[in-house]
Design a protein around this ligand. Structure first.
Ligand code: PLP
Length: 386
């Protein structure tokens, strides 16, 4: 384990990723085992059964814990499995305040599954911190926010919301998927728990699902370790390895994602077929100043308004390099249509409330040569006329 004095890129390469003691192999091996031989009854080498611990997964948890500046990390089979584990902090009757523009799958889990167990949820626009204060009740246990939001790119002031939560004895969890720990450190801003879909930027190569909860308190570590063991939704050794490998290049990837995101946003803003661009790095974004203060980069997630479903589809069909696909945070540029893809389950009324129109397209700018990304977007937009 390196110490705090090392920089982010160094920790991403070394923390949790020590050479193998047995052979000196510089990469953490993939331990494909479900069980471990015990020396005698009651005596083992620290591992009993792979649902509880696996050395590849343990290494990954140490790595992610270091990158988010937490005290423990717990990985799960997907981002949704991590949020499901988060819900086990609650009991029947408990209440959660959540960002209204939260990831579609999160709202679906809360409303269609967790309400069956007596949990209640209130959705507010957390980009206005006072809305959080107004929504907290005596039975509120958790405030769960996402910033920037998907796909409208609204920013929530993490430190302001953390102060509101802590004054009321409520814990704050932050979905940090869109920026990764490279650009945003929620725990340093007061969050109690950071959640990620590691499927996105942390993995970075669109080749494995995963989720993590990074925590700050001993009771979190005890709870989520127990939940991994009890519910079994853990990350496989192979996908743990893919993440360990992906995380080593997180710093360089994020720098390039950010550089490309800025160029793509500027280009789209200047194209006559685009009515509006949502990107916190643009001076006209309503929370540009807050984003600049709270984040160390603007990242590569942005959305644009093309005016209608028909225009969005003409654009999507015309792409030759960028891929029309769900997901984000991969090395390749991924473009999606939130109304029919990520936010279909939200329903037309919900989408209208959030400003997710049929003409909105979301872009996850990859790390290809930016001229090639721009040229592809340009030829597809040129088919729309103005
Ligand atoms: C993808 C995503 C999730 C869900 O993660 P999975 O790994 O797909 O289960 C949660 N939050 C955000 C912001 C996401 O982008």
């Amino acid at each position: 384990m390196t110490t705090k004095k090392h920089g982010f890129a160094t920790r991403a390469i070394h923390d949790g990723q020590k050479p193998d003691e047995l052979t000196g192999a510089v990469n953490v091996p993939i331990y494909l085992t479900s069980t471990y031989q015990q020396e005698e009854i009651g005596k083992n080498k620290g591992h009993e059964y792979a649902r509880l611990t696996n050395p590849t997964r343990d290494a990954l948890e140490e790595s992610l814990c270091s990158l988010e500046g937490g005290t423990s990390a717990h990985v799960f089979g997907s981002g949704m499995a991590a949020i499901t584990a988060l819900c086990t902090m609650m009991k029947t009757g408990d209440h959660v305040v959540c960002s209204d523009n939260v990831y579609g799958g999160t709202g679906r889990l809360f409303d269609k599954v967790m309400t069956n167990y007596g949990l209640t949820f209130t959705y507010v626009d957390t980009s206005v911190a006072e809305n959080v204060a107004a929504a907290i009740r005596p039975e509120t246990k958790l405030v769960h926010i996402e910033t920037p939001t998907n796909p409208m790119m609204a920013i929530t002031d993490i430190a302001a919301v953390a102060a509101i939560c802590h004054a009321r004895g409520v814990e704050l969890s932050v979905d940090n998927t869109f920026l990764s720990p490279y650009f945003q450190q929620p725990i340093a801003l007061g969050a109690d728990i950071v959640m990620h879909s590691t499927t996105k930027f942390l993995n970075g190569h669109s080749d494995g699902l995963g989720g993590v909860l990074v925590c700050t308190k001993p009771e979190h570590a005890e709870r989520f370790r127990f939940v991994q063991k009890c519910t079994g939704g853990i990350l496989s050794p192979f996908e743990s390895y893919l993440l360990l490998r992906g995380v080593k290049t997180l710093a360089v990837r994020m720098k390039q994602h950010d550089a490309n995101g800025r160029v793509v946003a500027d280009f789209l803003k200047g194209h006559k077929a685009v009515e509006r661009v949502f990107y916190p790095g643009l001076a006209e974004h309503p929370q540009h100043e807050l984003a600049g203060r709270q984040q160390t980069g603007y990242g590569s997630m942005l959305s644009m308004e093309l005016g209608s479903l028909e225009r969005a589809n003409t654009f999507a069909k015309s792409l030759k390099l960028c891929l029309l696909a769900e997901s984000l945070g991969g090395v390749e540029t991924l473009i999606c249509h939130p109304a029919t893809m990520t936010h279909a389950a939200v329903g037309a009324e919900g989408r209208a409330r959030l400003g997710i129109t049929d003409g909105l397209m979301r872009v996850s700018a990859g790390i290809e040569d930016v001229e090639d990304i721009v040229a592809d977007l340009e030829q597809a937009l040129d088919r729309l006329g103005s």
